[in-house]
Design a protein around this ligand. Structure first.
Ligand SMILES: NC(=O)CCC(=O)C(=O)O
Length: 273
């Protein structure tokens, strides 16, 4: 089943030399990516406050498995996302959890921007038919730098990445599942845009394409550096991609092209007005 596949992939990534500090899984890896499946595959996810789990909350089997994967491999893990069912409201969210090498949850993000699009004859999807939207932005501190997270369609909203960069994040990481219509159009462009605008690393991790699936994932997990160069990219088949987060390279980019300190917030009006 999918938990066994994820376990094997995390163990394989962790066994590579040099051993990675951080491993990332894709969006909705424990369920078909279908609005009709989210409730059936949903699980409880512990609450997280100020980077620590709130004691006494329950969790489903995928969360328990993700803890074990992080702990067994001794790595930081962004555990992709799974459908979450919320205690009390029974609302469903598309929820990401991140773990430290002790298997403790350090961040919980609910997809803020729901994927509701209609490109006639090509791609129609309406997450809001069964999902509710998250209401907060999420980042966590790790020894290799502060990491901001979003989920898939969140990458289209530049404000999220800009806020993360301004709060000191060195990377934005998005578990994602674009499709064969919007993937070729925008998958790479969006990552390069978020990276170049903010001079940070940007990574997106996708499920591999599955010929039998109703939703054809684009694949192409990739990593883009602060100059906007693609430094690692898979194709549409199952793969593990590796890249370094080089904070010296990030600093050099910002020194050579100092846009991060040249912004004119005294001239820009508040974009939300
Ligand atoms: N799962 C998603 O949010 C898909 C987003 C997508 O394909 C896009 O084009 O944006």
């Amino acid at each position: 089943n999918n938990i066994a596949v994820a376990r094997k992939a995390v163990a394989a990534a962790a066994a590579s030399v040099p051993k990675p500090d951080l491993i990332v899984l894709p969006e909705v890896w424990n369920s078909p990516y279908a609005v009709t499946a989210f409730r059936e595959y949903s699980e409880r996810v512990p609450a997280v406050k100020d980077g620590a789990e709130v004691a006494g909350t329950t969790e489903g089997e995928s969360i328990t498995a993700l803890r074990e994967m992080a702990r067994d491999a001794g790595v930081w893990l962004i555990g992709g996302s799974i459908p979450e069912i919320e205690d009390g409201t029974e609302n469903i969210y598309n929820t990401l959890t991140a773990y430290n090498p002790e298997g403790k949850i350090v961040a919980k993000h609910r997809k803020v921007h729901l994927f509701d699009i209609d490109i006639p004859g090509r791609q129609t999807f309406k997450e809001s038919e069964t999902l509710s939207a998250g209401t907060w932005l999420t980042s966590f501190e790790a020894p290799f730098g502060k990491i901001g997270v979003g989920i898939c369609y969140d990458v289209r909203f530049p404000e999220m990445a800009m806020i993360a960069a301004r709060q000191g994040c060195v990377a934005m990481i998005y578990p994602a599942a674009f499709n064969t219509t919007t993937g070729p159009m925008h998958w790479t462009l969006l990552q390069r845009s978020r990276a170049n605008d903010n001079q940070i690393y940007v990574a997106m991790c996708s499920p591999a394409r599955h010929p039998g699936a109703a939703y054809q994932a684009y694949g192409h997990s990739s990593v883009v550096n602060p100059l906007g160069d693609v430094v690692a990219e898979a194709d549409e088949t199952e793969a593990i991609v590796y890249a370094d987060i080089d904070t010296d390279m990030l600093a050099t980019t910002r020194r050579n092209l100092p846009v991060t300190i040249q912004r004119r917030f005294d001239v820009y009006d508040d974009v939300s007005k």
